[in-house]
Ligand binder design. Structure first.
Ligand code: P6P
Length: 346
């Protein structure tokens, strides 16, 4: 009996098969993109194998290093970062990489061929949750290089999200899931650890039209603008315009995003006056907001910085931060309306 045809005769789709079928939508793809996505899935399998037993190996806790964001680097951060770089530095598919854990772009070693794609990634987002066994995730974005030849450049990395070729994330939670879009819908795969394969479990994800949760760190509301506070009152039904939504907040972007995508609602991380060093919010544009905005758009949702679509922002710096409002379009646009009416008139 063919193990990949279930007894209901439905075909069990591995991520490799799905990526190959997606390739039909990219006539210019020569299989390189397919192989690159496969390598990212392989990275996810390896990182999953380490995160699920972090408590048993001496890789919990922090190192004595600090990344460009001034955050203490957790050992699993380094392992995830190193895994993704090493699985991709020699394949000849990439011209350059950039990671949350490195202040500058990560060149392809001279001894290896330079390729036509660019990979931006947050190797292990939410890592502060590692020691509490809360879900964590890898976020990635793939672009075509702009430079014609030779080593990839910073400009290759500073592209707007609307030009992304593939965006996605890997969620290390109660199960390990890989969710990605190559511009033809958003699709979710669940890792079957018994065979080491990501199997299609959530084809063509669409954010539910009826929102269920709002997700924000309400502990910072004293630092928010008037517009953001009034928007939050709206979500809580305080002004009678809508039935109150329930609040869910894990403090791990990938987990909070994934629940929003599947349940309907909105996740937001506004600018807050808590940290003057971060006047534009905490989340990063290139390897957090952009790939999630790309995935959400393909799932029928929308992402904004409070004024404009995240995907339209022209990046200026590798690690620039943006406010993020992402989820059902009507809720994100309502946030923009409150910000326009109460904050932009200040
Ligand atoms: P706060 C994790 O450190 C992270 O970068 C995201 O995963 C998460 O959404 C956010 O920070 C949580 O930040 O300030 O609410 O703890």
């Amino acid at each position: 009996m063919n193990p990949f045809v279930s007894y209901t005769n439905e075909t069990i789709i591995t991520i490799e098969r799905h990526i190959l079928e997606e390739q039909k939508y990219h006539p210019e793809a020569t299989g390189i993109l397919t192989a690159l996505l496969y390598d990212i899935a392989l990275s996810g399998k390896y990182i999953a194998s380490r995160t699920c037993r972090a408590g048993l190996m001496d890789i919990l806790g922090a190192t004595d290093n600090f990344n460009i964001q001034g955050e203490q680097v957790m050992k699993l951060d380094e392992l995830a970062d190193d895994t993704i770089y090493r699985l991709n530095d020699h394949t000849g598919r990439l011209a350059v990489m950039a990671s949350e854990e490195h202040s500058d772009i990560m060149p392809i070693p001279e001894k290896f061929e330079s390729g036509k794609y660019v990979l931006l990634f947050d190797p292990l987002d939410g890592s502060s949750n590692i020691d509490y066994n809360a879900p964590i995730g890898t976020i990635f974005a793939i672009y075509r290089r702009l430079s014609l030849e030779g080593p990839g450049t910073l400009e290759d990395c500073l592209q707007p999200g609307k030009d992304m070729v593939v965006g996605g994330y890997i969620l290390y939670g109660s199960s390990t899931m890989l969710v990605y879009s190559s511009g033809n819908g958003t699709h979710g795969f669940t890792l079957d650890p018994s065979i080491g394969e990501f199997l299609l479990s959530h084809p063509n994800i669409q954010i539910p039209k009826k929102p269920k949760y709002y997700s924000v760190n309400q502990g910072y509301s004293m630092y928010w603008s008037e517009g953001v506070n009034k928007f939050t009152d709206y979500l809580q039904g305080k002004d009678g315009q809508m039935k109150s939504l329930s609040l869910r907040y894990i403090g791990s972007l990938v987990a909070d995003f994934h629940r929003t995508l599947l349940s309907g609602g909105i996740f937001y991380y506004p600018t807050d006056k808590k940290d003057p060093k971060r006047p534009t919010g905490k989340l990063r544009l290139l390897y957090e907001a952009n790939p999630l905005a790309f995935v959400m758009k393909q799932a029928g949702g929308y992402a904004s910085d409070g004024h404009q679509s995240i995907l339209e922002i022209m990046p200026q710096q590798l690690h620039q931060r943006v406010p993020l409002y992402i989820g059902n379009r009507e809720l994100v646009e309502k946030a923009e309306e409150y910000i326009r009416n109460f904050d932009d008139k200040e």
